[in-house]
Design a protein around this ligand. Structure first.
Ligand code: ARG
Length: 387
């Protein structure tokens, strides 16, 4: 079954924007068949029957009544389809938790804690997705998680534009405080944010996150002893909680998922970007580099040591994390396997190519093209902007 190249309207569909300013999903004039993935689970009369049942539900404005097995397949195919993900070789290993029956924020919080424990898996890091209920009917409430990820550090805005912590999370931190969360008496750059969860009843509640629930890695460097003094750390597993899963014509606004980290996500972006932890000047100074001119390559040298520290620390602590060279090679293997399966891979070059030493990785030299797919993951408006 060869995936058709769905109709593109304009050159914008091909243009890849900056990863920090996510653009809208590409629009297609011919929407891909929302139920086509079911043909990977059934055939013959069973397939015909399942398609009929799902079509009828969708026509009535209700969610497609997927079985747990169908939901699992749909979630895995959504991962396989996601154009921004370099880690897709492992799509078949995704563990899917069917939690569509939960409705209160308390029940969701308990389930999220289980998700985190299973995902961390004592450092082995298992790809897990938990699917909560879709809206019951047109406009009916579905549970929603306000956080961007289950583990994240607060960002506190200080005087004169100074920020303590992760500037990415300033808005969520302010919402948490407004909803009654108590920040530590002495705030630090690495305070775990609470979860803000809206249940199916529409009631929003704040759940403080205990330090003992979250596996973290203290960053040190294999050769530079002073690196420990920087007091840097990061959490083990990125569990994305704010994307919408669309499967079988149905939207699931709360369907948190995780893989394992690629080192550059932490060391070349989260800790290095000037609008995140912005640590390159500090590391460069400790390295004794001359920052008066860009031509000394102080940024590049500091970036290299920061990445070396992340790779070394996760490895030493037994926490699974992939380097960008290995991840790139695995992505090409994924593309090869997809080709053999008769499927074209939708991919965004600007997301797949690692943010460090890009041309040393094979994906840099690989042409890529993004097109609409389903099932897939999508951005959605922040929960707090919903009426
Ligand atoms: N880039 C995000 C972060 O640095 C995580 C996105 C998902 N990453 C992953 N390896 N599954 O926190």
């Amino acid at each position: 079954m060869r995936r058709a190249c769905a109709g593109f309207k304009s050159i914008e569909s091909y243009m890849n924007g900056c990863p920090f300013h996510p653009t809208a999903d590409p629009v297609s004039s011919t929407a891909p068949d929302e139920l086509a993935f079911l043909a990977e689970a059934h055939d013959g009369a069973v397939l015909a029957e399942r398609l009929a049942v799902c079509r009828k539900a969708l026509a009535a404005g209700t969610p497609a009544p997927l079985t747990a097995a169908e939901l699992t397949l749909g979630a895995r195919v959504a991962w396989r389809n996601h154009a921004r993900c370099i880690g897709r070789l492992y799509w078949r290993t995704l563990l899917v938790r069917d939690e569509r029956h939960l409705d209160t924020s308390d029940a969701l919080a308990a389930s999220l804690r289980e998700h985190l424990t299973m995902a961390q898996s004592d450092g082995a890091v298992r790809p897990v997705m938990t699917v909560f209920a879709p809206p019951t009917r047109e406009g009916g409430a579905a549970p929603r998680i306000w956080n961007h990820q289950l583990c994240a550090y607060a960002g506190y805005r200080g005087r004169a534009g100074a920020v303590l912590g992760d500037p990415k999370n300033i808005a969520l931190t302010e919402h948490a405080l407004a909803l009654g969360w108590k920040a530590p008496a002495v705030p630090t750059a690495f305070d775990l944010l609470p979860w803000i969860i809206a249940g199916a009843d529409g009631r929003t509640k704040v759940f403080p996150v205990e330090k003992s629930w979250v596996r973290e890695v203290q960053l040190r460097h294999p050769e530079l002893a002073w690196f420990t003094e920087l007091g840097l750390r990061w959490y083990a597993v990125p569990v994305v909680t704010d994307m919408r899963l669309r499967v079988a014509g149905t939207d699931y606004p709360a369907a948190p998922f995780n893989g394992w980290y690629m080192s550059t996500e932490i060391a070349a972006r989260n800790l290095a970007d000037t609008d995140r932890y912005n640590l390159l000047p500090l590391v460069a100074d400790r390295l004794g580099l001359d920052r008066r001119s860009d031509r000394t390559l102080w940024k590049d040298r500091a970036l290299l040591e920061l990445n070396a520290a992340v790779l070394h620390s996760y490895e030493a602590d037994g926490v699974k994390l992939v380097d960008h060279h290995t991840a790139s090679a695995e992505f090409l293997k994924f593309c090869e396997r997809e080709k053999n399966a008769g499927r074209e891979v939708s991919a965004r070059w600007d997301w797949i190519v690692p943010p460090m030493s890009p041309a040393t990785t094979p994906v840099f030299h690989q042409p890529m093209r993004e097109f609409p797919t389903t099932p897939d993951f999508h951005y959605q408006e922040p929960a707090w902007t919903k009426p």
